[in-house]
Ligand binder design. Sequence first.
Ligand SMILES: *[C@@H]1O[C@H](CO)[C@@H](O)[C@H](O)[C@H]1NC(C)=O
Ligand SMILES: *[C@@H]1O[C@H](CO)[C@@H](O)[C@H](O)[C@H]1NC(C)=O
Ligand SMILES: *[C@@H]1O[C@H](CO)[C@@H](O)[C@H](O)[C@H]1NC(C)=O
Length: 686
Amino acid sequence: MSQPLCTFLFIIVLFVATFYTLHHPHTTPPLLFSQNSLTLHRLFLSSASNATISSYLRALTRHPHLAGTKPSSDTLHYVLNHFQNLGLNTHLTEYEPLLSYPTHISLTARFSNNNTKTLKFDLNDDVFSSPSSHVVTPYHAYSPSGSAHGNVVFVNHGEERDYRALELIGVNVRNCVVLARKGESLGRGEIVKLAESKGALGVLIYAENDGGGVGGIERGTVMRGIGDPTTPGWPGVVGGEKLRLEDDRVAKRFPKIPSLPLSLRNAEVILASLGGVRAPVEWRNSGRVGLGQRVGPGETVVNMTLQGELTMKKVHNVVVTIRGSEEPDRYVILGNHRDAWTYGAVDPNSGTSALLDIGRRFSLLLKSGWKPRRTILLCSWDAEEFGMIGSTEWVEDNLLNLGASAVAYLNVDCAVQGSGFFAGATPQLDGLILDVLKLVQDPDDVALTVEETFKSQNNIIERLSRVDSDFSGFLHHAGIPSLDMYYGADYPVYHTAFDSYEWMVRNADPLFHRHVAMAGIWGLLGIILADEPVLPFDYISYAEQLQAHRDALSKLLQGKASIDPLNMAIQEFSLVAKEAKEEATKLKEQAYNKNDVVAAAKRRELNNRMMLAERGFLDSEGIKGKEWFKHLVYGPAAEPESKLGFFPGIADAIATNSSKGIVQHEIWRVARAIQRACKALKGGFT
Ligand SMILES: *[C@@H]1O[C@H](CO)[C@@H](O)[C@H](O)[C@H]1NC(C)=O
Ligand SMILES: *[C@@H]1O[C@H](CO)[C@@H](O)[C@H](O)[C@H]1NC(C)=O
Ligand SMILES: *[C@@H]1O[C@H](CO)[C@@H](O)[C@H](O)[C@H]1NC(C)=O
């Protein structure tokens, strides 16, 4: 290192140290990280700038940038130029998936109570209905073109139990158009799928939380599964094999009946007109559904018509590579998607602006002499809104290399949607997350760290069984330890034309301090995972989580199948996790010397085992009915009714009242997956 650079660094460090003590009175450095790295962490944290992040968000959200459209290529170039101008090694990966856009949509209703009065609904978000705004008409991507004409039946959240409740009061939805309000357990694709299986002709879905009365309409995809529908299981590269639309493997990804999103206001006009029997008691007086609500079918008839086009479009991921100095073939991957339904200020560009700022600050660190031990990738995904397409194609494109060399995937989609820190992760990352939260100042209370508020408010790290952002391919298909983070639990303008920069400033982060906190947490996690000689993974935490999952399962089973296979596998996993932890502690205690090749080999060997253990939970057969999803501990259950939230194969077997033998077989499969993880963590051969 040159003399002037040293002096420069020293001054920065002094400045940072002063700043840090003044502003972080409660911060006690955790023991996890080696002492010299603290300087680097402080330098990273102190180079944050809320004004810079806000300017990135402003630029990213100037116009709507739906994947595959012309304006989305402006956003792409903004991101690409940003990283290139920082001198970071940046490249594009291109895929050509099948995307879906609306060409014509109409909805009319004829009400009983006014004889033949017909109402034609306006199908745009209220203030954005002018055609010059370029916001896409609210629609459901991959909904089939066609008309549905029929009596309306209100089906509450459109869950299995809602149809059972309707059956009890003698209501059948066959040949009707169902009206559903989005609830918590079913996504829009699942609502449509279930309605289809009940014989409905079409589906109207509305959200009760519509942006505080502004009249937003929630766009979204209704495709089943994730990734390009014409290249299931392989990358949709330009010029590669594509299945034809008539192929069963493609057709089964799309609903057979049309669906449309509806504003709350329009939904309430229809609800108010419904005759027929009274809604089941549990539905009434919940949310905005009143006591007098009837479910139909009365005489209200709707005619919904949509024409859409399915078309191949080029999409682009941006990948920045910061090459590791000592273990360049080990990868820590930070990812966020770039495409948006509308302006995308929350979803996803709050995350994109954080990623751009991390790029800026990493380039500063690199200029100050930082050399990450492992390689860091910063990824900006395309076409996430259509079904995680950009990231899924990339995972399929790089599956073997990811399996052999990816240490962790750190996802941020909606970085900021409100207040309070939330995280989901695979359990070996829990401790690391909490340690990093101790280093970052709470954006809403300067006297506290994020960890202190997190512990007092939320304190739960969720598990990643949901399939709603780009971590899905990494975790559920490739078995890579993953995490997903956001500020704020929920927000009213989700997927509407109101998800704009102005909304962000007015409602979710006026001074961009939450953005700063998220960029700080995300970047530090990246630095630590890239730099720590011994990976900061804790498999004891994983073992404890598996025990808790087993206990919850046991309660649900009530003796209907034996959990002995799980008991044995988890017991052994706990033992091996304990040994790995002791080994890690010993290796960390040794003075770190880059030239000690024996110690380096030992560390790398343990790191490999800790990296590969997560892959053990993958099963080549995957989850029954959703075979692309290979992870048997975390993944989507087709039947969310069991409410397990883990062991998706077992959950489905229970929810569908499968025979004892089938449930038992699913239990055995999970037990074997745990044993595979266990063997990977232990190393060697039987
Ligand atoms: C019936 O039609 C009249 C005139 O168009 C309108 O003012 C009234 O609100 C309608 N009533 C209902 C219940 O829709
Ligand atoms: C439904 O609406 C479409 C489009 O406006 C129209 O072409 C069709 O005839 C209507 N169907 C019925 C049964 O009214
Ligand atoms: C950044 O934070 C400072 C201090 O809270 C505040 O005065 C300023 O307005 C913020 N800048 C932006 C762009 O929000």
